[in-house]
Design a protein around this ligand. Structure first.
Ligand code: HEC
Ligand code: HEC
Length: 239
């Protein structure tokens, strides 16, 4: 616990320094690391692939995440904390490991996901637990006023190639599920991806949203937030 507190203080100092350095509107997020190569696995990703994971152990280890992501892993309606339930284990692993490596900027979560707080085995277990959870709570949605535009952007912007027609992502590629995610979180991520302050973003996606206005981001995020849980859709789809 002491270690977590210390780490937390350091992180706040770093965040303050980044803010002071003039990251207007993104005081909490550092700029992306240089030379990030999408798809090149980090040493921890190679190590974790050798482990056998367990949902029950993951449920225990997830206790350290519940404060923010909530016990049902459904996050918070306004998107401050994203919904994790049903996300592909491969995505959870990639994102947590890249936060640990300082590649994805996430100052709030760093102390809870650092090497001092979590073992690789715990990450592997938590990832399969998260993938298995269903959250029945409502998710945050947008105004509903630009859904036709959102649908059109999603299809023409090649989003569907990676995130799937139903927002189901592609587990084997670590492309995230975006269906039923909170609107507020989706808009924030699109902004960070466009500005480069998220850190880890597929280069083709950065290109795809380069010219997006704030309205475009809200339209496409609203459309994604209203896609039903991808697992429900998969069951209903003709075989
Ligand atoms: C202090 C609050 C906090 C705690 C505790 C926390 N997180 Fe997070 N987490 C966040 C925030 C905030 C984000 C979104 C960051 C952003 O806006 O980019 C996030 C994002 C994530 C993401 C990325 C989701 C996505 O769709 O890309 C994953 C995966 C994640 N957290 C897993 C965990 C796990 C596993 C734990 C426990 C070991 C944990 N978090 C504990 C605050 C927290
Ligand atoms: C080439 C594949 C690819 C394309 C095309 C793509 N994405 Fe992504 N997207 C990703 C990956 C991979 C991530 C996770 C970030 C990372 O690890 O690079 C992501 C993350 C996201 C996130 C954040 C989700 C989360 O859980 O944090 C949003 C929102 C998003 N994409 C929206 C879009 C939209 C909208 C489009 C179309 C304009 C799009 N993406 C096109 C691969 C893609």
């Amino acid at each position: 616990m002491i270690r977590i507190l210390l780490a937390s203080v350091t992180v706040s100092l770093l965040a303050a320094a980044a803010g002071a350095a003039g990251a207007a509107g993104a005081a909490e997020n550092r700029p992306a690391v240089k030379n990030y190569q999408w798809g090149k696995p980090l040493p921890e990703q190679i190590e974790i692939a050798k482990l056998t994971s367990d949902i029950e152990r993951g449920k225990e280890a997830f206790q350290g995440c519940r404060g923010c992501h909530k016990p049902d892993a459904g996050g918070i309606l306004d998107g401050t904390y994203p919904r994790l339930s049903g996300q592909h284990a491969s995505v959870v692993i990639k994102q947590v490991i890249e936060v640990r490596a300082g590649i994805r900027s996430n100052p709030k979560m760093e102390p809870f996901s650092s090497k001092h707080a979590l073992t690789l085995q715990e990450i592997a277990d938590i990832a399969v637990f998260i993938e298995s959870v269903e959250s029945n709570r409502e998710n945050g949605k947008g105004s509903g006023t630009a859904l036709t535009r959102g649908k059109q952007l999603y299809a023409s912007g090649k989003c569907a190639l990676c995130h799937g027609e139903y927002g189901e992502g592609i587990a084997s590629q670590a492309y995230p599920v975006v269906a039923s995610q909170h609107f507020g979180y989706l808009v924030r991520e699109l902004e960070h991806i466009q500005k480069g302050t998220r850190g880890n973003s597929h280069p083709d996606m950065v290109k795809a949203i380069r010219s997006y206005s704030r309205q475009d981001m809200e339209a496409v995020a609203d459309y994604m937030s209203r896609m039903p849980d991808h697992r429900t859709v998969a069951q209903a789809r003709p075989k």
